[in-house]
Design a protein around this ligand. Structure first.
Ligand code: GDP
Ligand code: ZN
Length: 458
């Protein structure tokens, strides 16, 4: 559908908060150009060709005082982000004039855009589907280049194409089933059943494939939950500090999250690690750390990856053994630290050599090898050379699981000899669920909720 619906004119500051060389105030809607023109001194924006940038000044419409020197982009529908008329005012004077310009626009009748409303309009006007809209959000939040690439590919519509094809296949088979049902004189029951079964199996295989990418996608998007554990004084704080300082800590700034839950991210060779429960590690004097193993256990259950630190200059203690046992089923690296001191620790051969890293965090020895090991853990899972369609989004994963359940019901129904029209219902449900992923069947409420997660001005 390419029909353009008219909505009111919205405005927002689209650049991140804070001081920058330029900031952008964005307008979208039928009245965007006229509204901007009322503040603009320069060429007549209502007359300039589309997709031009126009130099001029923003004047206070009452006092005629110059607010800022600006470059104004005029973008006429439909070839714009929202498919509506858009204006982007590039301000030069920092946050104060930028806010002033926004206020003036609001004074002229523009409405302050809700978070994500520009993208919501792009969706409502048929320019992007939900997976693409979500990837805008992912782009904003991307923590590594690879995560960014996944989002870019989705923005490109790879996931949408794949899902659309699957739905097309389901629809075709459902249509064929209808035809067969309409001609009961030909005994087509068995043929119909077989057709449904084959299609359900095929689609199910594709859905499973997508679901398998989900854990990687989640890691890329949200970071691999990593716990640094070990008894007191083995070097956990030192390791944490090394990671935070040397490996460029990533500060997240996600709309809707408050700062009181500070999540620490580090980027190890393109793998974002989300560090769990670093509070007890930060402060060496922390009493909490005396609880030691008990606290670690909790972090261990939440983690995807454990970095178990031990002091190589001490013989193995019962606490170390406890931690080894507690992490045995987990993906882990055992870090034998303080290698600069005489080594007294022996592990025996209970732990695979591949899972052991010997470091001296004070001298820096072995630390690069640790980074490599962490990155290697994903080498099998995350292949940088390959650009596959990946789902990374909890909503998409949930819907894929539901589609999978419906497809399994189709197969179970057929196996149990259920009537075709009941099997059809499950097949249709799978079609619906897949459609919700791309937004072809998404309820309004979902759309509103989804777009509200965006940053303002996106
Ligand atoms: P945590 O209690 O496990 O967090 O351990 P810390 O990081 O606070 O370190 C405890 C003590 O060990 C500190 O005095 C560190 O300077 C020291 N330390 C950490 N790593 C090493 C290392 O590789 N070699 C040596 N010799 N000392 C270290
Ligand atoms: Zn500590």
């Amino acid at each position: 559908a390419t029909t353009i619906t008219e909505y009111d004119t919205i405005a927002a500051i689209s650049t991140p908060p804070g001081e920058g060389a330029i900031s952008i105030v964005r307008l979208s809607g039928e009245g965007a150009i006229k509204t901007a023109q009322q503040l603009f001194k320069g060429k007549d924006l209502t007359q300039v060709p589309t997709h031009t940038i126009n130099y001029g000044h923003i004047l206070d419409p009452d006092s005629k005082a110059v607010v800022d020197e600006v470059m104004v982009s005029v973008l006429r529908a439909p070839k714009t982000y929202t498919r509506e008329d858009m204006v982007e005012i590039n301000c030069h004077g920092g946050i104060v004039p930028t806010n002033r310009i926004l206020q003036l626009l609001l004074g002229l009748g523009a409405r302050l855009a809700e978070p994500g409303e520009f993208t919501k309009r792009a969706f409502l006007n048929g320019r992007v589907d939900l997976t693409q809209a979500e990837s805008v959000m992912d782009l904003i939040r991307a923590k590594t280049d690879r995560a960014m690439q996944v989002a870019v590919d989705q923005l490109d519509g790879d996931l949408r194409r794949l899902i659309t094809n699957l739905r097309q296949e389901i629809i075709e088979v459902l249509a064929q089933v209808e035809v067969n049902i309409d001609y009961p004189e030909y005994d087509t029951d068995q043929m119909t059943t077989q057709m449904l079964q084959e299609k359900a199996q095929q689609v199910l295989a594709k859905v499973d494939e997508l679901l398998q990418t989900a854990s990687q996608g989640k890691v890329l998007r949200e970071g691999l939950a990593t716990a640094i554990v070990g008894r007191p004084n083995v070097g956990k704080s030192s390791l944490l500090n090394h990671m935070l300082h040397e490996d460029k800590a990533i500060v997240t700034d996600v709309a809707g999250t408050t700062r009181d839950v500070l999540e620490e991210y580090v980027n190890v060779r393109g793998v974002p690690l989300k560090l769990i429960d670093t509070a007890g590690i930060r402060d060496t004097e922390d009493k909490v750390e005396k609880i030691g193993v008990e606290r670690s256990r909790k972090a261990i259950t939440q983690a995807d990856l454990i970095l178990l630190v031990m002091d190589a200059s001490q013989p193995l203690t019962p606490e170390d053994q406890d931690l080894l046992a507690a992490t045995a089923d987990k993906r882990r690296l055992v870090i034998l630290n303080k290698q600069d001191l005489p080594v007294k620790l022996t592990l025996g051969d209970t732990i695979a050599e591949a899972d052991i890293v010997r470091t001296s965090i004070t001298t820096g020895a072995g630390v690069a090898a640790l980074d490599t090991k962490i990155a290697d853990i994903f080498a099998g899972g995350i292949d940088n050379s390959q650009s596959t369609v990946m789902v990374s989004n909890a909503r998409q994963i949930g819907l894929l699981r539901q589609a999978k359940a419906s497809l399994n019901s189709v197969l179970a129904g057929i196996a149990a000899g259920m009537p075709i029209d009941l099997v059809q219902i499950d097949m249709t449900a799978a079609w619906d669920k897949l459609g919700e992923i791309t937004g072809d069947a998404a309820p309004d409420e979902l759309i509103t909720q989804l777009f509200s997660q965006f940053c303002l001005g996106k």
